[in-house]
Ligand binder design. Structure first.
Ligand SMILES: Nc1ncnc2c1ncn2[C@@H]1O[C@H](COP(=O)(O)OP(=O)(O)O)[C@@H](O)[C@H]1O
Ligand SMILES: O=C(O)C[C@@H](O)[C@H](O)C(=O)COP(=O)(O)O
Length: 324
């Protein structure tokens, strides 16, 4: 019998405040639009829009922002059975985005003492996790205790219950103390995961080196649990390495780019969905890339997530020029 959820995502759900005025620095931006944000929340919302059955585990502020995030997740068909509210006054994170040009974007994070990093191990329920085929772990949730321990508990429960772990490295510098800690905790979880997804820079953080090699990173992880390693290179595309030795290249689709953020989350949402629908890895890379190409042309990361028809139409439309 199939389980209630295709995957449960664990980590932060927060607020994005995206610059309404483009092509200017933050100092000259006066208006921002509010969206739900946070990489694992974006991935959950994107996959739910593609028809996946998705749940969420995370901690929100007990205030208007937290209530807004919870209802937006619910309206997006993401189950919030694993969501709790912070009783100690910690606030949900804010991410202000700056769009200087389509290529030059940055994010200013307000994440001091942020509610999502106060998720405790007691708040991760085995009963809830047992309902899922897979667990999507966001690396940022390993940055601080008690969230770190909550994630390690979820990972251990996933192992006990035969739940596949998909690790999205999702490195955000703001909340980490030093690179050594990143390398320790990223390696620990990556070794236990079936699928590891990240940018080249994020794999370098995990390996605590500079300018690492994709093949070497994948081969190292294949000594442990991983069966599939995805390494992303921005507009240059991405590579998928399978434990059986196969390598696939994913290419970016042409897009009328508005901003760069949101690419990774939309890519992960569609890639995971395609794999879960039984598509071969090279096809799944197309779904991920097409989804990202759509989201970078739009204003938000969560609200802008495409549906299956939009993704498939783009793949079809650019089939001749793909990879050229
Ligand atoms: N400017 C762009 N135009 C079209 N697709 C893009 C663009 N930037 C990224 N992508 C797609 O999104 C994927 C993930 O982007 P990347 O920047 O590597 O990840 P992240 O957003 O996590 O840093 C890429 O592999 C590519 O397919
Ligand atoms: O992850 C966050 O906390 C911020 C996101 O909500 C924001 O939309 C973003 O940066 C997404 O970018 P991506 O990780 O490159 O997809």
């Amino acid at each position: 019998m199939s389980k209630k959820f295709d995957f449960i995502a664990i980590g932060r759900a927060a607020i994005d405040l995206n610059a309404v005025e483009y092509n200017r620095p933050m100092e000259e931006t006066h208006t921002f639009s509010k969206y739900v944000g946070g990489s694992p929340a974006n991935i959950a919302i994107g996959a739910a829009k593609l028809g996946m059955k998705v749940g969420f585990i995370g901690k929100l502020s007990e205030d208007q922002h937290g209530h807004y995030i919870k209802s937006y997740l619910e309206d997006s068909n993401v189950d919030t059975g694993g969501v709790v509210f912070d009783k100690d006054g910690h606030k949900s994170g804010l991410a202000f985005t700056e769009i200087r040009s389509p290529e030059e974007c940055s994010i200013l994070m307000y994440r001091d003492e942020v509610a999502d990093l106060f998720l405790t191990p007691e708040e991760v329920s085995e009963e809830y996790l047992k309902n899922t085929e897979a667990l999507v772990v966001s690396g940022t949730a390993l940055a601080q205790s008690p969230s770190r321990e909550a994630i390690l508990k979820a990972v251990a429960l996933a192992k006990d219950n035969d739940i596949k772990i998909i690790f999205e490295l999702d490195y955000r510098p703001y909340t980490w103390k030093n690179p050594e800690e990143v390398a320790v905790y990223y390696s620990l979880v990556a070794r236990e995961s079936s699928v590891v997804i990240g940018t080249r820079d994020e794999f370098d953080m995990m390996e605590n080196l500079k300018d690492g090699n994709d093949h070497a990173s994948a081969d190292y992880l294949f000594n442990y649990e991983p069966e599939l390693v995805i390494i992303k290179h921005g507009v240059k595309g991405s590579y998928a390495f399978e434990k059986n030795g196969k390598t696939h290249r994913g290419y970016a689709y042409k897009s009328d780019v508005l901003k760069t953020f949101g690419a990774g989350d939309s890519y992960a949402a569609a890639f995971i969905t395609a794999l879960s629908h039984g598509k071969p890895v090279d096809e799944a890379l197309k779904y991920g890339s097409a989804s990202a190409a759509i989201v970078v042309s739009k204003h938000s990361s969560s609200d802008a997530m495409p549906n299956l028809e939009e993704i498939e139409a783009l793949i079809e439309k650019q089939s001749e020029s793909y990879g050229k």
